[in-house]
Ligand binder design. Sequence first.
Ligand SMILES: Nc1ncnc2c1ncn2[C@@H]1O[C@H](COP(=O)(O)OP(=O)(O)O)[C@@H](O)[C@H]1O
Ligand SMILES: [Mg+2]
Length: 455
Amino acid sequence: MRVWPRSLAARTAVVLVAGLMVVQVAGLTIHAFDRVDVQQLAQSREIVNQVQGIHRAVVATAPDRRATVLASLPRGPGVSAALSPGPPVTDLPEMALPRRRFWLLMGAGAEGPDGRNDGVRPNRPFGMGMAGGVAYGGVQWHRVVLGFPLPGGGWLNFDARTDPPSPWLSPTFMAAFGLMTCVAAALTFWAVRRLTAPVRILARAAEALGRDVNAPPLPENGPLEIATAAVAFNTMAGRIRRFVDDRTALLAAIGHDLRTPITRMKLRAEFMDDDELRAKMLADLEEMQAMVAATLAFGRDARTTEPLGSLDLVELIRTILDETGDANPGAADRLRYDGPAHLPVKARSLAMKRALTNLIANAVAYGGAARVRLSPPAAGLVTIAIEDDGPGIPPAEMERVFEPFHRIESSRNRETGGTGLGLPIARDIMRAHGGDVTLANRAGGGLRATVTLPV
Ligand SMILES: Nc1ncnc2c1ncn2[C@@H]1O[C@H](COP(=O)(O)OP(=O)(O)O)[C@@H](O)[C@H]1O
Ligand SMILES: [Mg+2]
């Protein structure tokens, strides 16, 4: 079992709630100690009152009647009083001075008229109760043993005990602790979720930027730190956008500038005497021109910031298959679609059409067939498999064919008219949609191009 949660919200909440519980236990403990003090004070007051009453009554009585009087006096629970020839016998330690004084003076009723233990009282000289008295008791006040020598001989001994208070087991303590913890936890969870919401928004924005450099910017409001992060994120997105645009513009510019020299070279080649050499030269220049044209087209496509829209993927695939069939009447009966009748996705329709067209055209050109199979969304991804019956691609070339202008040697001689930009463009477009294109040879021969696309 993992104790430490993974999410920031949960971690913050755990730390806060634990901290709050510690603070509460500390606070409630201080409170409980205060209450214990007050309670003990009240308890000792109570005992003092009883001791005082009994002591006074006994002292005022003639020695021979003291036992009868003592037996008739009421006393509370925990207090016992007895007449004895000598001082009390106990294994409790003798009290230290201030406390001893308190108990003996108070017990003998030697406090002031307002109840204060000032020892000043007209008919009782200061310290009278103290004289000869003994007091035993531990540090705790739960039990005291007092002995007062009586005028006329003998002792009056007390043994008083009180229940020690137990503040932690009290239902109020538990209820207060439980209630405060629950309320604090609820508030914490609510606040933490609110506070960490911007992090989730940021994560979603980063994800969206990966799919679409032109994704709308983050709102730059909210708490200062979040707003700062949003501004930084938007700045970064802007830089990436500019970087991509600059590169594409550069590509288009190079392509554009190469057109003129190629045209000039073609004109000059016409004047070459050697027929064979001239034909080869012209063929090469023709190829160069095609590559430049493809580069320009690519640059133009990449720069058009077509907005994301809703489109039916199945309808798009059917359209492409129809058009491919029209362009290659011989292969028309080897084009097939297999899958659901409709599948709406969010995509740039022109780009998406170009990417799928490139893959289907390859299947037809190099594999003589195109079987498109669309799998319904699983784990947020749709999969489009495009299979053909051609020779496939040697494993070593499987990734290289995605490089611009890279064509497998055997297909150069074929009259396919390609320039080697079809696959890189298809992959570029799919990745810009957050998906990808991969190639694999089929077990039974032929190639399978697999497109994954998030929905
Ligand atoms: N379905 C396929 N079967 C066999 N080879 C393929 C297939 N698709 C692509 N290729 C190889 O990958 C190379 C690059 O493809 P692509 O980028 O579309 O460029 P082009 O089609 O213009 O040559 C092709 O020249 C071809 O050799
Ligand atoms: Mg191609």
